[in-house]
Design a protein around this ligand. Structure first.
Ligand code: NAP
Ligand code: MG
Length: 397
């Protein structure tokens, strides 16, 4: 068999723990036998991030700017315990946070459905696609713990003139303070990206925030969406028979539960972080959610929505067999290869990526699956380990 040739490399971003092990197996079993893989490799494993003082994270984001398409493995975001575990020089920042701060944009997350895996919410018969604004808010903020007696103020400087706004007078007790921001250009892009995605996929778009409480910050998002909708998209939405509506986030969550799915749900950064885990889990498993960052400049970064699956990794280190689900990581690769195929006009690469996705879902629908799905599936089930699952997919391709 001749392998499919590529023209431009994908930026390959390796990661940590269990997902790092799956990463190597996916390449070896499911991609390299079929594709003459061209990739520019960046090792974002925690050991190498520490060694390079996290420069490798910045380098990989710039490489995505150069080549247009990246695929990323899950990575550890260090906390105090990780600093000790890996003897780190510093508690390095979240790599996803650093990459998103450089590329900006919106993360689209879509559940991967299989016929024999039933949602925990019986009404959800179509996928709910999440659109998470990937810039600003608490992810690029400054925080401080302050002592009793502190006065916390916001200070704005423009043309040498200073204005101040009181946040809180901590005269009674100490506490915590945070300053955060967002850019209008980033909110504009978020809105355009959501409206375009809804049009392309012919889906209703729902957006919610807490504008009744955050009368300026959250309200800004609501206003930007409405202005852009009225000016650029209203007629196109009406022509397609799809709908955009805004309501309070509280109302959205209640409506989502009662819905049949099938909509694009736009969320501010933190809401999207939390709600996409809820939606993924309700549809079956965190490992059945694809994720792509779409930047305003047309760069794409594909990844899995879940983490490095630490609990499984520690069992793996103890010599136990693990049944970790590689589906979302496989879809990160297929997403990146499909995009590379589209941009470089290589239809057989797009076709291969679609075949790999079909073979993955069909393997699950044939009853062969990892442990996270086995407990949810209907019909006959053979629970296998990660390696056996990938072998079954490979033989199906
Ligand atoms: P996690 O790795 O997503 O895993 C949480 C739990 O979800 C697992 O213990 C497992 O449940 C289940 N799970 C997730 N992915 C699975 C898969 N592919 N197959 C089977 N089960 C799966 O989250 P975490 O344990 O909170 O975080 C671990 C590390 O990942 C942390 O260091 C965190 O910083 C990092 N993280 C990275 C990213 C990213 O790079 N995008 C995102 C989130 C977290 P059971 O144990 O019950 O089987
Ligand atoms: Mg999250």
């Amino acid at each position: 068999m001749t392998k499919i040739q590529m023209k431009t490399p994908v930026v390959e971003i390796d990661g940590d723990e269990m997902t790092r092990i799956l990463w190597a197996q996916i390449k070896e079993k499911l991609i390299e036998p079929f594709v003459e893989l061209k990739s520019e490799y960046y090792d974002l494993g925690l050991v190498n991030r520490d060694k390079t003082n996290d420069q490798v994270t910045i380098d990989c984001a710039n490489a995505i700017k150069k080549y247009g398409v990246g695929v990323k493995c899950a990575t550890i975001t260090p906390n105090a315990q990780r600093v000790e575990e890996y003897s780190l020089k510093e508690m390095w920042k979240s790599p996803n946070g650093t990459i998103r701060a450089i590329l900006g944009g919106t993360v689209f997350r879509e559940p991967i459905l299989a016929k024999n895996i039933k949602s925990y919410v019986p009404g959800w018969t179509s996928p709910i696609v999440m659109a998470r604004h990937a810039y600003g808010d608490i992810y690029n903020c400054e925080e401080k713990e302050v002592e009793k007696g502190t006065v916390a103020e916001l200070v704005y400087t423009k043309d040498g003139k200073e204005t101040r706004q009181l946040i809180h007078d901590f005269s009674e007790a100490g506490g915590v303070v945070r300053g955060m921001h967002n850019d209008t250009s980033s909110i504009d892009h978020f809105a355009h990206a959501c409206f375009m995605y809804a049009l392309e996929h012919k889906m209703d778009l729902w957006f919610g925030s807490k504008d009744t409480i955050s009368k300026i910050y959250h309200h800004k998002f609501k206003d930007v969406f409405q202005e852009i909708y009225d000016k650029h998209y209203k007629m196109k939405f009406e022509a397609l028979g799809i709908e955009y509506f805004y309501t309070l986030i509280d109302d959205i969550v209640a409506r989502i539960i009662k819905s049949n799915g099938g909509m694009l749900w736009a969320c501010m950064n933190y809401d999207g972080d939390v709600m996409s885990d809820l939606v993924a889990t309700a549809f079956g498993s965190l490992a059945m959610m694809s994720s792509v960052l779409v930047s305003p400049d047309g760069y794409y970064e594909y990844e899995a929505a879940h983490g490095t699956v630490t609990r499984h990794y520690y069992r793996h280190l103890e010599g136990y067999e693990t049944s970790t689900n590689p589906v979302a990581t496989i879809y990160a690769w297929t997403g990146a290869l499909k995009k590379r195929g589209e941009l470089d006009d290589i239809p057989e690469l797009c076709e291969f990526a679609k075949k790999l996705e079909c073979a993955t879902v069909e393997t699950i629908e044939s009853g062969i699956m990892t442990g996270d799905l086995a407990s949810l599936a209907t019909g006959e089930v053979t629970k296998v380990n990660s390696k056996e699952f990938m072998d079954a997919i490979a033989s199906r391709i």
